[in-house]
Ligand binder design. Sequence first.
Ligand SMILES: Cc1cc2nc3c(=O)[nH]c(=O)nc-3n(C[C@H](O)[C@H](O)[C@H](O)COP(=O)(O)O)c2cc1C
Length: 227
Amino acid sequence: MKKQMRVKFLNLLVVCLVLSQAEAAEKVIKLPLPKYKSDTSVEEAIFKRRSIRRYKEETLGFQEVSQLLWAAGGKTIDGVTGATRAYPSAGGIYPLEIYLVVGNVKGISPGVYHYSWHDHTLSLKKEGDLRQELTAASLNQRMVLEAPVSLVFAAVYSRTTLRYGRRGELRYVPMDVGGAGQNVHLQAESLGLGTVIIGAFSDRAVKEVLELKDEEPLYIMPVGRPR
Ligand SMILES: Cc1cc2nc3c(=O)[nH]c(=O)nc-3n(C[C@H](O)[C@H](O)[C@H](O)COP(=O)(O)O)c2cc1C
């Protein structure tokens, strides 16, 4: 009898494991490959870039989101060291984690997603349209509510401070996010989209919305079609 119970329990455990693995697999979204060429020169993008704070009520495409995330911190190959990242990072440490708060994107249901640069995928962290909550956390800066998506850069400071101490905290991590944010600005410009860096927000509230534990939010970048 005891043995039967044990077998039943083990079977149940296997079923649960398989189901949870299937569920996790379902919530990983493979993004289309980014494009490495466009009709906009880097000079033109730099020249035209502006902070854009009003967006049309229009859906963003899957390819556009893929491109923005790649520019934010996706994989690049330099032919010498192999895989590296789209933005420069002190010591090649890359303390930034990138999140996508989705409101209105074709093919991606509303929610909070984590971007995995290695395999260019999004993993669902929290379901539902959280733009209202993120706007409130951003001191009611309404571009967050209007934008179909927002990219959020958060830093794991310890990655950098372990090697560089206080200099890593005061200088290198903020410098890293500057480069990544500018990439998103220029990529948005090249795609005919608009964005703005938001640095004024409640750290605690943003962490709550995104359920961040050991990461500190640094930039929120809403992206949409300029009005
Ligand atoms: C670190 C940082 C934080 C910023 N925070 C905000 C913000 O909270 N809200 C906002 O509307 N713009 C914010 N901005 C955008 C600036 O206001 C904007 O870059 C500046 O006015 C220059 O305009 P431009 O980007 O169009 O050249 C921020 C920019 C940076 C670099």
